[in-house]
Design a binder for this molecule. Structure first.
Ligand code: C2E
Ligand code: MG
Ligand code: MG
Ligand code: MG
Length: 280
């Protein structure tokens, strides 16, 4: 019976492997077409000033509705684009659109934009970003590029030059998903950031777990000491927002304030930014 079971297990395993390979091949094919036809587009998730409750800007999050109508998660298609060497092209399409959208929002509302780690090893990246914001008529101070910790480890010298050039031009740099990498502190010591985004895993457990709360407080202290602003990711409950506000956290982002919305919805929200208080 045990033998039978393991043979069945193997068959199930082989079937799921085949399925996975088939879906991988499908995604690769569909992604090439999607990039060709520019169908992957940014949506915008609100970022809120916790002190005033006012809108501070939006993070652009890429969304892809495949031809079968299903949404493909960005974690999947971004990784696939990286594997296929399509990430530069895809990212450029997204940044152009996002900058055009953001140029319509009243200042000083900001656009946060995710860069892939692979892009940071391109020595012409900074130049291209600066050209794109210039063309869109977006002031550099209103763009904040988000990078994850892993990005900085791979090609540190090129990454450093890229970030230096962007910051010299006035573009802000944020360290995304802070606390989940394995070298968070050495990245902070080595590079200059304008913003740290505390990963949502800490925010989620902060209210219930004393230890998580202490970690969040320490990150806020670190930011204060280094003169870096802090964003809390994954704020889902009013209680978390209130706690973060009382601790001096600058910006909140999460389903409490809203998920990513269309460019039209973002423009409407942006135009009312002075009146709308998003905090619950
Ligand atoms: P990220 O940059 O850390 O983006 C935040 C992710 O958390 C988004 O997932 C967002 O929808 C989700 N999120 C926001 N608020 C909440 C909340 O309150 N609760 C929970 N559970 N989740 C929340 P999304 O859109 O699926 O994106 C996943 C990742 O894909 C992003 O993580 C980013 O690393 C990457 N990504 C998305 N768009 C782009 C892009 O244009 N370029 C690149 N290179 N990466 C992108
Ligand atoms: Mg991000
Ligand atoms: Mg993040
Ligand atoms: Mg992430």
């Amino acid at each position: 019976a045990a033998k039978q079971e393991s043979r069945n297990g193997l068959r199930v395993f082989e079937a799921s492997m085949r399925e996975r390979q088939a879906s991988r091949a499908w995604i690769e094919l569909a992604l090439r077409e999607a990039v060709q036809n520019e169908v992957i587009a940014p949506r915008y998730q609100p970022q809120v000033d916790l002190k005033t409750g006012h809108l501070a800007g939006f993070e652009a999050l890429a969304r892809w509705r495949a031809e079968d109508g299903k949404m493909v998660p960005p974690d999947i298609f971004i990784a696939t684009a990286e594997r296929l060497g399509l990430i530069d092209r895809l990212s450029e399409q997204l940044l152009k659109r996002a900058c055009r959208d953001a140029a319509l929002w009243p200042a000083p509302l900001r656009l946060a934009f995710n860069l892939s780690p692979l892009q940071l090893s391109d020595p012409r990246l900074a130049e291209r970003i600066i050209a794109i914001i210039h063309e869109a008529g977006l002031a550099p101070e209103r763009l904040e590029v988000e990078i994850t910790e892993g990005a900085l480890i791979r090609e540190a010298a090129v990454a450093q030059d890229t970030l230096d050039m962007l910051r010299a031009a006035g573009v802000r740099v944020a360290l995304d998903d802070f606390g989940t990498g394995y070298a968070s502190l050495s990245q902070l010591a080595r590079f200059s950031f304008d913003m740290i985004k505390i990963d949502r895993s800490f925010i989620r457990r902060m209210v219930a777990e004393e230890k998580q709360l202490k970690i969040v407080k320490s990150i806020l202290g670190l930011g204060q000491g280094l003169g870096i602003e802090i964003t809390a990711e994954g704020v889902e409950e009013a209680e978390q927002a209130e706690l973060l506000r009382s601790l001096g956290c600058h910006i909140g982002q999460g389903y409490l304030f809203g998920a990513a919305i269309t460019p039209e919805e973002a423009a409407t929200l942006a135009s009312r930014k002075g009146e709308v208080v998003l905090a619950a």
